[in-house]
Ligand binder design. Sequence first.
Ligand SMILES: [Zn+2]
Ligand SMILES: [Zn+2]
Length: 243
Amino acid sequence: MQIKVVGCSNSWSQRPVSCYCLDDTILIDCGAGARKYFKRTKVFAKNIKNIFITHLHSDHFFDLILFVNTEITYKPKDEAKSLTIYGPVGLYNILDYFVKTIKVAGPDSQNVKIEDYLNIVEISDFNKVIEVGEYKITPYKLNHFDMDDIGYVFDNGKTKLGFSGDCILDDATKNFVENFDCGFIDCYHQKSTVAHMGAEEYLLLKKTYPNKKLFAVHCDDNIYFHGWKQGIKVVKTQKKYKI
Ligand SMILES: [Zn+2]
Ligand SMILES: [Zn+2]
């Protein structure tokens, strides 16, 4: 598996926000402003066929509207749909609101049906495995204060790779971690908050699950630049990882 990190930071950082490209064709999250970093990360929007959104916070999904915009503007309605977006319940309504409000299709935008151009799959059944190419993808319902978050585990038969999005450390997150070999997990500040894991939780998970490879994302500046001194494996923006 190859992961290109377009961005791995949070809303308050100067660095690009959450957006990972798996094997050049799958995106995990596409936060606000992430798309302008595609070129320098060698990610090409035209190759993206599937997008998985962890939750509906701006730093995880806002640039999705650019994909929807492109499909509606340039793709004939009767052409086979080539893009599928998976995400939480509510994703369709929010994209539909954008399409109609910013008038993606010009004056006729009120009549546009997004589903004529691309597939949107809202995930509510967490027992259902999604198949994309060689991957079997299992969604996990994680807790992120008052916002639902979906952690995804991508399994290619050799390795199970997880992306947590934003979450706290509770039994749901422990179960998620137990089901991957390697994971990109929320590690925002030194201490946890009501919505995020922090360095303390990262180190606790590392101790509890010594055989798991844990990569820290969504980090504040202190952890991004100095976390390594505590033994935190911090993911770096615009780097390529082979798992
Ligand atoms: Zn976030
Ligand atoms: Zn969030």
